[in-house]
Ligand binder design. Sequence first.
Ligand SMILES: Cc1cc2nc3c(=O)[nH]c(=O)nc-3n(C[C@H](O)[C@H](O)[C@H](O)COP(=O)(O)OP(=O)(O)OC[C@H]3O[C@@H](n4cnc5c(N)ncnc54)[C@H](O)[C@@H]3O)c2cc1C
Length: 244
Amino acid sequence: MARPVYELELVESTHLAISTLGLVFHVDNPPEFEAGQFVSLLFEHNAESLKRSYSIASSPDKLRNECLLEIAIGLVPGGAASEHFANAKVGDKFQMSGPFGALTLPKDMPERLIMVGTGTGVAPYRSMFPQLEQLTQQGIKIHILMGARNRGNIFYREDFQSLPANSQPVIFETCLSREETVDPSAGEHKGYVQERLSKLDLTPEKDLVYLCGNPPMIDDTVKYLTDLGFGPRQIKREKYTFSR
Ligand SMILES: Cc1cc2nc3c(=O)[nH]c(=O)nc-3n(C[C@H](O)[C@H](O)[C@H](O)COP(=O)(O)OP(=O)(O)OC[C@H]3O[C@@H](n4cnc5c(N)ncnc54)[C@H](O)[C@@H]3O)c2cc1C
């Protein structure tokens, strides 16, 4: 049976960071999804039918109650979808299939959730906001690491930092690989997320690690975690591989 396709209309396009767009779509008769999942957007570009996947950056409640769905798009030079979305106007129509993916919250909670995203790879964690807030009330520690080249590529910082500090605060830190100086008091660290992870005393007994975004970062980190004794059940991942 063919997968259902949903009709979308672009209602807002903003720059979240230097080369990152935040897009908001209105979805007709939207499907249910689980926070952390992604959708595929279908559109015509230069007379070619294209399909690209994007993590959902907004909550299931927002889609259910307001029919609105947000995504964050990192613009790739020369990229077909990048060019298409950079030039898209409010009112433009798209189609969507999905939701897909299993980067969702587990039933059995660990002591600590480590959530790593490079660039737009933090989007799925933003869709989990209402649940993350509840988890902190249950005493679950949440540590979010966002990797980017420099400060100008960081976005959603205020959103993550606005998560209320209940019995356990949510820690949001950035790892800046090309920034000369960083401000540790603002949660900034020099280097790649892998270097910061090595300082977090990770253990498979208490941690569940989420990895999302750049495939080399995910491969590197999975190898590091495997060497520490983490098995497949203690690592959840979503690789942003290029569509073809
Ligand atoms: C499950 C999943 C979820 C995804 N979620 C997101 C998301 O939330 N936000 C998001 O921005 N993207 C996401 N992606 C990636 C997205 O689907 C596209 O691949 C991306 O937007 C680039 O598409 P494009 O058409 O602009 O580039 P293409 O025309 O596909 O590629 C153009 C050129 O750029 C290179 N290239 C493509 N992407 C990158 C990159 N990221 N870094 C460096 N070079 C690149 C290609 O090798 C190619 O040479 C996701 C991918 C998957 C599989």
